[in-house]
Design a protein around this ligand. Structure first.
Ligand SMILES: Nc1ncnc2c1ncn2[C@@H]1O[C@H](COP(=O)(O)OP(=O)(O)OP(=O)(O)O)[C@@H](O)[C@H]1O
Ligand SMILES: [Mg+2]
Length: 146
């Protein structure tokens, strides 16, 4: 069976539409009767990734594939990139502006949450070259690892 694939555009700094792609994916997975815990994990990762593009990145996209044994979600943007990925992955590290903090963002928990809620994560980025976050979710594990 061919994999089901979706691709959604994410516009940088568009806080009005931010999160829409993750909601669409959530709705799609629900309609396909995926395990609610797996859906929740995918939705958290999608939302955090989307918000990072909106807040820190450039225009980008969220692409999504459902394969027989795994879900792959790739969120990429052509923004300023992450200079120190290891640092960015640490809980509490954030370069969010005061304006973003007033909106309730900037806890520095997005990337750590994406790592925690996915089965595998790869972050690739270079200064001025954009950012790509690729996450894998094993379908058979969705029920028991929350
Ligand atoms: N797409 C991106 N482009 C450029 N920098 C990014 C991107 N995603 C993350 N970063 C950098 O990594 C840091 C950590 O990201 P993380 O999502 O963990 O926290 P945050 O977005 O600052 O706060 P929170 O997600 O808790 O609201 C960001 O503050 C930013 O410096
Ligand atoms: Mg974030």
């Amino acid at each position: 069976m061919a994999a089901l694939k979706k691709n959604y555009y994410i516009k940088s700094r568009d806080f009005i539409r931010a999160g829409e792609a993750s909601i669409k994916i959530q709705t799609l997975l629900k309609s396909l009767n995926f395990n609610p815990k797996l859906i929740r994990r995918v939705a958290i990762c999608g939302y955090e990734g989307e918000m990072n593009v909106v807040m820190h990145g450039g225009d980008g996209s969220l692409s999504f594939a459902i394969n027989p044994n795994e879900i792959i979600m790739e969120i990429s943007d052509d923004g300023p990139g992450i200079v120190d990925i290891e640092k960015a992955m640490r809980s509490g590290f954030s370069t969010a502006s005061d304006e973003h903090r007033e909106m309730g963002f900037g806890a520095g928990m997005g990337l750590p949450n994406m790592k925690k809620n996915s089965d595998d994560i790869i972050v690739e980025s270079e200064k001025d070259q954009g950012t790509r976050v690729r996450m894998v979710f094993f379908i058979d594990k969705g029920g028991d690892d929350g």
